[in-house]
Design a protein around this ligand. Structure first.
Ligand code: C2O
Ligand code: CU
Length: 452
């Protein structure tokens, strides 16, 4: 079977006319299922999915409201759910060993938490994530503003790449040391909402809110747009102080971008991603029918979320050095309390280190008083890009021109140093890790404690 991108059945025309999705079901069951990518000659692919759907059901809640879901684990291995980007009660954060015990096969766990920020978030497992997410376990979590900006459609676009073997099944080389030490697991089938191309239809001058989520294990998406013009209005669920004119959008694993775009005088509205060898369409919306009134000119506005302003001048400074990987020159790191050579580390599945430690430390990387301002200089001393994610908080980058936008995941290019600042105002134990999931499993994981 060849993985051609064009040959697939249009599966999504209903999306644009669907009303706002209803709230997801009260139960999220992770279980084996099958999914039809619509590839030529390939039948359905066995996947793992929430409620049998890839992506999992869309959860929508009003800002400040509570989200309650009973998680039922019908997988053959333990799992949990992490609600990525939500400044959540630590007991609901879904990290085995830090916020809760794993949920064993056949067991359940009730998640119940408040959603303080309006924006685009997502959920995924936090146990063997490199396997469970690669098999299809992830879904969107949308928290709505009290008065959302007026649009004609509100679409969630979850980007992913899947690694399929020759027989069309998901390749089971999860967490291979080769992937772990290089760019992570990069798939050979790129999808949006688990379809190779999303097709639909739009009218001229329609205004769309597009919520982009990168749910891939390791792929960095660079996206381009045609027939659409507009703004980036939020990143990682947090509104920008001022909307930014839309050009290209780069999304590292786990990052999100909210766009508000207007359909132009064009034959087709397209969203594509750039590869080394060219650009490929992910979304193809022919522009048809009568125009929807006059072209709008007013830029949209999103109200800010209730984040504590951070003052870098008052912040305690820390430094996190990222080391290891292929061509990284790391010779040894601490593993189980012992200085261990790179070869032996690799034998134990570890090829990366933070500040010289290759395993999840028993003591936190730092302990903060509640409300303390922190700044962390992150030094990427490796030959690879990494997407660093902090749980339970959003941070701002300290840049030359002041503070950057609020984010929960920051992309560091190879050999780059970036500094983030935030107020440690959410008590609990919080992971700080690379969201390239193979990197996290192979040593790029630490945590910090915010005292109650
Ligand atoms: Cu989506 Cu620990 O992260
Ligand atoms: Cu990484």
């Amino acid at each position: 079977m060849t993985l051609t991108r064009r040959a697939f059945a249009a599966a999504s025309a209903a999306l644009l006319v669907a009303p706002r999705a209803l709230a997801g079901p009260p139960t999220l069951t992770a279980r084996p299922a099958s999914h039809d990518f619509g590839l030529d000659g390939a039948g359905a692919t066995p996947v793992w999915a929430y409620n049998g759907m890839a992506p999992g059901p869309e959860i929508r809640a009003p800002q400040g409201g509570r989200i309650s879901r009973r998680f039922v684990n019908e997988l053959p291995q333990p799992s949990t759910i992490h609600w990525h980007g939500v400044r959540i009660d630590a007991r609901m954060d879904g990290v085995p060993g830090l916020s809760q015990p794993v949920v064993e096969p056949g067991a359940r766990f009730d998640y119940d938490f408040a959603a303080p920020d309006a924006g685009t978030f997502w959920y995924h497992p936090h146990n063997r994530t490199f396997e469970q997410a690669a098999r299809g376990l992830y879904g969107p979590l949308i928290v709505e503003e009290a008065a959302p900006p007026e649009v004609d459609a509100d679409l969630v676009l979850m980007l992913d790449d899947w690694r399929l073997a020759r027989d069309g099944r998901i390749a089971e080389d999860f967490g291979s040391i080769r992937d772990a030490s290089h760019a992570g697991r990069i798939g050979n089938l790129v999808t949006v909402n688990a379809a190779p191309v999303l097709r639909g239809g739009v009218r001229r001058h329609e205004r769309l809110r597009l919520r982009l989520v990168n749910a891939a294990n390791a792929r960095i998406f660079r996206l381009g747009f045609r027939g659409l013009s507009g703004w980036v209005v939020a990143l990682d669920g947090q509104p920008l102080a001022a909307p930014e004119a839309l050009e290209t959008v780069t999304l590292a694993p786990a990052q999100r971008a909210d766009l508000i775009v207007d359909v132009r005088d064009a034959e087709e509205a397209l969203i594509g991603y750039y590869e080394r060898d060219g650009a490929y369409a992910l979304v193809e919306f022919p522009v048809a029918g009568a125009a929807r009134g006059e072209a709008r000119t007013d830029p949209p506005r999103l109200p800010p979320n209730p984040l504590a302003p951070v003052d870098p001048a008052a912040a305690r400074a820390a430094r996190l050095s990222m080391e290891g990987g292929a061509m990284g020159g790391l010779r040894a790191a601490l593993l189980d309390g012992k200085t261990t050579g790179m070869r032996e580390m690799a034998g134990a599945g570890k090829v990366w280190a933070f500040n010289g430690r290759a395993d999840m430390p028993e003591t936190p990387f730092l302990t903060a008083a509640r409300g303390e301002h922190l700044r962390i200089e992150i030094v990427n001393d490796t030959a690879w890009p990494h997407a660093m994610h902090l749980h339970g908080h959003h941070f701002r980058e300290i840049g030359d021109g002041g503070l950057g936008p609020w984010r929960d995941t920051i992309l560091l290019d190879r050999a780059e140093t970036r500094e983030i600042a935030f107020v440690a105002d959410n008590p609990g134990d919080w992971l700080l890790h690379c969201h390239m999931l193979e990197h996290a499993a192979a040593g790029m994981m630490t945590w910090l404690r915010v005292e109650a």
